[in-house]
Design a protein around this ligand. Structure first.
Ligand code: GAP
Length: 432
């Protein structure tokens, strides 16, 4: 299944290996023309749901590189680590907590004679490995060491005071953000699932410290985030929550749960919902003053932290359908790269071309629309099915007489005849 998705993603311009012409670069991916449209749609839907549909959430867009003090205070320089083990035979390094992969690797050295004498295991003692990606800045030597952010989150915390001072927000309120994060992952893999550069979409929700209220807020956001994925078409049977065991919990969290998807490679984290308490604002020495009561306190934070790339990967996997020879992506039209594809029946008939071009340009003003005049209609449907385009419009000879076109539906493969001037309304009604 993952091979089919990876191959379709490349063939149809969703996702390419980073630096593809040089053989790729492990843990980095590039989004192609269809991919960037879909990724932008996912971010747009997230922003609508998490910011515009809320009464007390504002957005920010913080810098990727921050003063290194931030990462010291946030605990990332000490605690943002994964356990790493090295194979004593081939010196490959792995995450020590991924037992299946370690067992697989052990099989590759079954008959090796070169295990150091007297050693019972191929594994050296596990070490902690920091995931922060270092960058060197400045013009004088030695250059200043800073970091590409390991989570976008700290940008919301260090701007907490700026947001409170520059807007009318009052606790409880949220700061939303979407942006790139970087992690020097020990074992990137499963296509884009674990990358070294990826995008996060996060809400940091600030509340007055209170055990009961914070538990209710946590439950509220769990439910809300699951509903968002379901509303965009993810099969609810493939979603579940997995609470973090106390020994696996991130250094900043009091408690946490993952929203997981049943991927072809097993149940895997989509998004984390974390109760961060006063860990971050406390470490940055930030407080909130209630102007009505004069009360001053360090707010608690409930966080929802999802990956844009993981969301996109699981939306693709979940939408993949095979129906005989036909392969199609049953994507929710809201996140499909293009809503409509417009075709002239024949590419060598100027009348058909001109009419189709007019329709294409007109629809483009309000929708994401693509054009295809290569090959025959069957091949064009085949390509648009694989991209997940919900509707294809064909301009034929009848169109020249009665100003109607054929609209073909991706999921049912059925066709209806629609008047050209009714097309925008037809699609808008279906997009909701
Ligand atoms: N601010 C909290 C935080 O960063 P996290 O559980 O480490 O929490 C949140 O990350 C989300 O970011 C994950 O659920 C996942 O969707 C995405 N993510 C994390 N590491 C990733 C990686 N290496 N590649 C792709 N996405 C990743």
């Amino acid at each position: 299944m993952m091979e089919k998705i990876t191959s379709l993603a490349k063939r149809r311009g969703f996702i390419f290996q980073g630096s593809d012409i040089y053989g790729g670069y492990q843990g980095f991916w590039d989004y192609g023309p269809a991919g960037v449209e879909m990724k932008n749609n996912i971010k747009k839907e997230w922003w609508k749901y998490m910011v515009y549909d809320q009464e007390n959430v504002v957005g920010i867009d913080a810098a990727i590189v921050m003063n290194p003090i931030v990462w010291d205070k946030s605990g990332h320089l000490k605690a943002f680590t994964d356990p790493l083990v090295e194979c004593k035979v081939c010196h490959k390094r792995f995450r020590a907590d991924n037992e299946d992969i370690l067992r697989e690797h052990e099989k590759t050295h079954k008959d090796e004679k070169d295990l150091p004498a007297g050693e019972a295991s191929i594994w050296a003692e596990a070490k902690t490995f920091n995931l922060m990606t270092e960058v060197l800045l400045g013009t004088t030597e030695p250059k200043e060491k800073s970091y590409l952010r390991g989570e976008i989150t700290q940008g919301a915390f260090v701007n907490f005071k700026n947001v409170v001072d520059s807007t009318r927000v009052k606790i409880p309120f949220g700061i939303a953000q979407i942006g790139k994060a970087f992690r020097n992952e020990i074992t990137p893999g499963n296509f884009t699932f674990r990358s070294r550069e990826f995008e996060q979409m996060e809400l940091e929700y600030f509340i007055k410290p209170d055990e009961k209220d914070s538990k209710e807020t946590f439950e509220y956001f769990k439910d809300m985030r699951k509903k968002w994925y379901e509303s965009l078409g993810i099969n609810p049977k493939k979603l579940r929550f997995h609470d973090h065991e106390p020994d696996k919990i991130a250094h900043y969290a009091r408690y946490a749960t993952d929203l997981e998807y049943e991927a072809p490679f097993g149940w895997s984290e989509f998004e984390g919902i974390h109760h961060r308490g006063d860990y971050d604002l406390g470490n940055h020495g930030l407080k909130y003053k209630d102007n009505m009561t004069g009360e001053e306190y360090t707010p608690w934070v409930i966080e929802t932290s999802g990956g844009v790339d993981r969301a996109m990967l699981f939306f693709l996997v979940d939408a993949y359908r095979e129906d005989g020879d036909r392969v199609y992506l049953k994507l929710n039209p809201k996140i499909a790269p293009y809503k409509v594809a417009v075709f002239p029946l024949l590419a060598n008939k100027p009348d058909l071309l001109a009419k189709a071009r007019d329709i294409y340009k007109d629809l483009k003003r309000s929708l994401s629309v693509t054009w295809d005049d290569r090959g025959n209609i069957g091949k064009r449907y085949f390509a648009q099915d694989e991209i997940g385009t919900p509707w294809c419009v064909t301009v034929d000879f009848e169109t020249l007489n009665d100003n109607s076109v054929t609209v073909r539906d991706r999921d049912s493969a059925t066709q209806v005849r629609i008047a050209i001037d009714k097309l925008p309304e037809y699609f808008q009604n279906r997009l909701g």
